[in-house]
Design a binder for this molecule. Structure first.
Ligand code: PLP
Length: 419
């Protein structure tokens, strides 16, 4: 069952024609399917039913509070990487005891906010960060549950921009250093060692790297236990890949099986931080064809959506399938789908065979639910687009398109230039 499909020649999201949504919101627009998010979450959750676990959805993949609320309703928690994401999680009524905080550059302000909120644990990523947390905890006289994010030095064989567990990456600490940090935590009055974590990268399509990572963490848990440090949580991060084109990612059941096998006989509670696998294929980005431009040897589909709205193609050379919103089996032509932004790197697709469509028609960029809107910007003073959540036959605008006023919010002309 695919919740984005053609019926009578028109692309639908669940029971709503995409065209109807665009008529109400204008284009471009992100459209998400609630039932898809729900299904992905449940499949993932169900896969791990054999082990105690908490799913902390990685907020940065798609951080609209309606999406976070959807996760919360399904019983999920959130993995945050900033104070802003903590604020969003609170706005979405996510229980604080299901929030974990990762990230290499947590500020004092963010650490204070996290401690005040009594979150499940902070994933520490360096020795200096630990010192800062220790100082703040003592000052606040509050016990702070901590986990060390370990860099397991595993190559997840994905795009270099989205690997995080290699020696040269900025994330986590090396195994030997981690052991020393646990000693420091144990010796401190207000710090509590409760977990160990790792996150090796994103869009990972093989199980081997995950198995290696869990195995490595498990080994450390054992060593720590021998030293009298008993952990409760093992957090294996996110990273499971999805199909954009013809990738064959592991099924969550298989992913779960190899992890369960590793954890057999331990009393650890598993924490998972899936992002992309929950929301990636739950959303599309709809854009309108403005002009068809032909130059010798090349045809451009110039659309009203651009790299500021969906940066993955420009940033990673990522592939997103693009289909017309009105079913079209016309002869295919080779085109570049490009936006209005003044950068040659502004494209949604390159050398793509697409049916011949006319200016004014709508195109749907598929698999745009993760790292789409959340990575969008105002570059070229383009207003960030609207977001819509569909559930069955009903659709709700969950973020309205920015106004021109929003664009200059907070900006000020100094008095010496006032007219
Ligand atoms: C980005 C991130 C995730 C989610 O990664 P996905 O590939 O979207 O599943 C999980 N944990 C941490 C710490 C992250 O930075």
């Amino acid at each position: 069952m695919n919740y984005f499909d053609y019926k009578n020649g028109a692309l639908y999201c669940e029971e709503v024609p995409v065209e109807n949504i665009v008529r109400a919101t204008g284009s471009p627009v992100y459209i998400y399917s609630y039932r898809t998010i729900e299904r992905h979450y449940k499949v993932f959750d169900n896969a791990f039913k054999g082990v105690p676990h908490i799913i902390c959805y990685s907020c940065k993949a798609n951080s609209n509070i309606a999406i976070l609320r959807a996760i919360g309703r399904l019983g999920g928690g959130i993995d945050i990487v900033s104070g802003g994401e903590l604020y969003r999680s609170n706005a979405a009524y996510i229980p604080n005891d299901k929030i974990v905080f990762s990230g290499v550059g947590k500020t004092e302000e963010e650490i204070v906010a996290a401690i005040r909120s009594n979150i499940l644990m902070i994933n520490v990523e360096s020795e200096e960060e630990l010192s800062t947390i220790a100082r703040i905890a003592s000052k606040m006289k509050k016990h702070v549950p901590l986990s060390i994010r370990v860099n397991p030095e595993i190559d997840p064989k994905t795009h270099p921009y989205i690997t995080t567990g290699l020696k040269k990456n900025k994330f986590g600490v090396m195994r030997e250093d981690a052991m020393k940090l646990y000693d420091r935590i144990k010796a401190h009055k207000y710090l509590m060692p409760v977990g160990i974590s790792s996150h090796i990268g994103s869009q990972i399509l093989e199980l081997g790297p995950f198995k290696e990572a869990v195995c490595s963490l498990k080994e450390m848990v054992k060593q720590l236990k021998e030293k009298g440090i008993t952990l409760k949580f093992i957090d294996i991060g996110g990273g499971l890949g999805i199909t954009y084109k013809d990738e064959l990612p592991p099924h969550p059941d298989d992913y779960a099986r190899i992890i369960e096998e590793e954890l057999k006989g331990t009393e650890l509670t598993l924490i998972l931080e899936p992002g992309r696998v929950i929301v990636g294929n739950s959303g599309i980005f709809v854009t309108k064809l403005l002009y068809i431009k032909k130059v010798p040897g090349k045809t451009f589909y110039i659309v009203d959506g651009a790299m500021n709205d969906l940066v993955r193609p420009s940033l990673y050379g990522a592939f997103h399938e693009i289909v017309p919103v009105r079913y079209n089996d016309a002869k295919k032509i080779n085109v570049d789908v490009v936006g209005p932004v003044c950068e040659s790197g502004d494209f949604l697709a390159k050398d793509r065979d697409m049916p011949l469509v006319e200016s004014g028609e709508l195109l749907a960029v598929l698999s745009a639910g993760a790292y789409g809107f959340s990575m969008s910007s105002n570059y070229n003073s383009r207003r960030r687009v609207a977001e819509v959540l569909v559930r069955d036959a009903e659709f709700n605008v969950i973020k309205s398109r920015e106004t021109l006023k929003d664009l200059i919010k907070g900006e000020k002309i100094p008095s010496f230039m006032e007219v």
